[in-house]
Design a protein around this ligand. Structure first.
Ligand code: DGL
Length: 267
């Protein structure tokens, strides 16, 4: 029965655990297999060809583990590799960009939307493409914020240095009168407080992790893939491609719960 199979989630590293966290809150009965490509992170400053190749390898790893669906938690992979993954495999494959864009369209009132992400995500213009397809009257303003990823990995979430960097990155968006800002990177939800402080109360933040969980639930239901197991709590297995011990502590911060076992995987 396909519905009993786990949902496969991959990311360039452990930032995608923000998606798993939202997924476990919303769909607590679903089993999950997570793969974080910690040996090759970051993807955000790599080329499309490289990101596509890595993403195909990650997807194959999950398919070998008999997943019923693949969730690309990484914005940079979703931006550059979603189409080639969909062309290569037959199971449902969801990327974070579509989910975040849909939520932003539902959220905005003045149709001025900001997007922040890695160099890869912003240069791909993937958010613009989806947003403009959903509503041609929307105006999109983008900004890459490459230093946000290392700041989160250092856990400088409320630091003054982070606040100053955020002010510098976000100053142009502040002038554009946006009322909605898409956090287009796995790591950015953890900087939500600092980003809100800089952007002010009038700007609503769209966190792609939560939007993704809502979209996954919808697709599982539409395709008859929701698990109907009666047990309360699902199983989650976590794999990384570099030494797992280095990542447990940070991974638990992203996930918001203890990780029993972080396993090493080779792709
Ligand atoms: N996971 C990446 C993303 O969401 C951020 C980290 C990286 O650059 O690999 O774009």
């Amino acid at each position: 029965m396909n519905s009993f199979k786990p949902i496969g989630v991959f990311d360039s590293g452990i930032g995608g655990l923000t998606v798993v966290r939202a997924l476990r809150e919303r769909l607590p009965k679903e089993d999950i297999i997570y793969f974080g490509d910690t040996a090759r992170v970051p993807y955000g400053n790599k080329s499309q060809t490289t990101i596509e190749r890595f993403s195909l390898e990650n997807a194959r790893f999950l398919i070998e583990h008999q997943v019923k669906m693949i969730v690309i938690a990484c914005n940079s992979s979703s931006a550059f590799a979603l189409q080639s993954l969909r062309a290569s495999f037959r199971l449902p494959i969801l990327g974070v960009i579509e989910a975040g864009a849909k939520r932003a369209i539902q959220t905005t009132e003045n149709r001025k939307i900001g997007v922040i992400g890695t160099h890869a995500t912003i240069s791909s213009r993937a958010y613009e493409t989806v947003l403009e397809k959903l509503d041609s009257r929307v105006r999109v303003f983008s900004q890459s914020c490459p230093l946000f990823v290392p700041l989160v990995e250092e856990h400088w979430l409320y630091d003054e240095v982070t606040f100053e960097i955020a002010k510098r990155y976000l100053s142009s968006l502040r002038k554009n009168d946006i009322d909605t800002l898409i956090l287009g990177c796995t790591h950015y939800p953890l900087l939500g407080d600092v980003i809100s402080r800089v952007m002010g109360d009038g700007v609503r933040l769209v966190d792609s992790a939560t939007s993704m969980a809502i979209e996954i639930e919808k697709v599982l239901r539409e395709q008859g893939l929701e698990t109907n197991r009666s047990r309360e709590r699902s199983q989650a297995r976590y794999f990384v491609s570099d030494d797992p011990d280095k990542f447990v502590e940070l991974a638990e911060k992203f996930l918001g719960e203890k990780i029993e076992q972080l396993e090493k995987a080779y792709v």
